[in-house]
Design a protein around this ligand. Structure first.
Ligand code: 5GP
Ligand code: MN
Length: 328
C-alpha cells in the first residue's frame, strides 16, 4: 500500500469507527469550502452518522442552490462534544473562526487540505498541495474508502472543484481533475445547470461593485502589477455583502502583461483584507502574504493587515513590486 492509500485507510477507519462528527471549513468560505463540507457531511450521513456541518458564515446565498445546502449552518452558541471534528480546506486552525469554539471536545481532529502553508495541525492529517481543490482530495478519499457518492454528493464535489480551479483553468488542473470531473458527471451532475448557477447568476449589486472597483484600478511595476480597492464607505453605499467580491480580482489578473493582481478591502476592525493572485510561479504571492501574517497558495493568497487602506496599499504594493522585480 502506498503512502497515500495508507493515510486514506487510517482516516477512513476513523470515520467508520466513530459516530458523531463536526465537519468544518474556513471563514469567508468559497465554493471549495462549502461544497467539500456538504459532500463529506452527506457521505457520513449516508453511513448513518450523526453529523453537524458548520461554517462561521453559514451557507452563502450564492451557493444555496447546492444539493442539501440547508444542512450547512452557522455553529450554535452552546458548544457540543464530538467523536471527530474534520477541518476541510482550512490552512490554519484560526481560520475555522467561531466553529472551533462550538466544539467543546473532540476525541480526534482530522485535517484535510490542499494549502501548502498548512502546518499539519490535528491528529490525522492529509495535505496534498498538488490538488487544485479540497473537493478533489475528498473524491479520492471517498472512492478509495468505498464511501457513498450520491448525486447530491457528486454535485457538491463538482462545484468545489469547478470553483477552485477557476472552471478547470488554473495550472494545477490536471488529467486527474478532468477524470474526476468526468466521474462526477457520470454520477449525475448536470454541468450546464451547475455552471449557470455558479457563474451566470450573480446579483446585480456584484456588477455594480465591479464598476466601482474598476474606478479605483491602478497599475505599477511597468504594468506587471494591478490593484483595486473597496472602502467601507463604498461597500455600505453599494449595499454589498462579503461574498459579492469573490472572483472579481480575476478581472485584473486577466489583463495582458499583469503578473500580480491585488484586491484591497477595508474591514470594520481596523484591518484590510488583502487578496493576491499571480500568473507566474516565480512570483510567489503566498510568500508575500505570509510576511504579513496570511498564507495560501503560490498563485492565490491572502492576509488581513492592520492599518488604513492607503497605508496597507502602499506597504503591499511595494512588496509585490519588489517580488516581481526580483523574480522576473
Ligand atoms: P482569497 O484571496 O480568495 O480570499 O484567498 C486566496 C487563498 O489565500 C485561499 O486559498 C485562502 O485560503 C488563502 N487566504 C486568504 N486569506 C487568508 C488569510 O488571512 N490567512 C491565510 N493563512 N490564508 C488566507
Ligand atoms: Mn480550496
Amino acid at each position: 500500500m502506498n503512502e497515500r492509500d495508507a493515510r486514506f485507510a487510517e482516516i477512513g477507519r476513523a470515520l467508520r469507527e466513530h459516530n458523531k462528527f463536526a465537519v468544518l471549513s474556513h471563514v469567508r468560505p468559497d465554493g471549495d469550502a462549502l461544497g467539500s463540507t456538504l459532500a463529506l457531511s452527506l457521505s457520513l450521513k449516508e453511513l448513518g452518522k450523526d453529523v453537524r456541518a458548520w461554517n462561521e458564515d453559514g451557507m452563502l446565498e450564492k451557493y444555496d442552490f447546492l444539493a442539501r445546502a440547508e444542512l450547512l449552518t452557522q455553529p450554535p452558541s452552546a458548544p457540543e462534544d464530538f467523536d471527530v471534528a474534520v477541518a476541510l480546506d482550512t490552512a490554519v486552525q484560526n481560520r475555522l473562526g467561531t466553529t472551533a469554539a462550538a466544539i467543546r471536545h473532540a476525541k480526534l481532529w482530522v485535517n484535510i487540505d490542499h494549502h501548502p502553508s498548512n502546518p499539519r495541525y490535528g491528529d490525522l492529517v492529509y495535505i496534498d498541495p498538488t490538488a487544485p481543490a479540497t473537493g478533489q482530495i475528498l473524491f479520492e478519499l471517498l472512492t478509495n474508502q468505498k464511501f457513498p457518492i450520491t448525486p447530491a454528493i457528486a454535485e457538491n464535489l463538482y462545484a468545489a472543484i469547478s470553483t477552485d480551479t477557476g472552471s478547470f483553468q488554473y495550472p494545477n488542473t490536471s488529467v486527474r481533475t478532468f477524470e474526476i470531473a468526468a466521474e462526477l458527471v457520470r454520477c449525475g451532475v448536470d454541468v450546464g445547470r451547475v455552471s449557470q448557477l455558479l457563474y451566470e447568476n450573480f446579483p446585480r449589486r456584484r456588477i455594480e461593485l465591479l464598476r466601482d472597483l474598476l474606478d479605483t484600478m491602478r497599475f505599477g511595476c511597468d504594468g506587471k502589477l494591478a490593484w483595486f480597492s473597496l472602502s467601507k464607505a463604498s461597500a455600505l453605499a453599494l449595499g454589498v455583502i462579503p461574498e459579492d467580491n469573490e472572483g472579481l480580482i480575476d478581472h485584473l489578473r486577466a489583463i495582458r502583461g499583469v503578473i500580480v493582481a491585488i484586491f484591497f478591502e477595508e474591514l470594520t476592525d481596523g484591518k484590510v483584507r488583502v487578496s493576491m493572485r499571480s500568473k507566474n510561479e516565480a512570483v510567489d504571492v503566498c510568500a508575500i502574504c505570509t510576511e504579513f501574517g496570511g498564507g495560501g497558495h503560490v498563485l492565490a493568497a491572502g492576509a488581513r493587515v492592520r492599518g488604513t487602506l492607503p497605508e496597507v496599499e502602499k506597504k503591499i504594493v511595494e512588496q509585490a513590486c519588489a517580488a516581481i522585480e526580483r523574480n522576473t
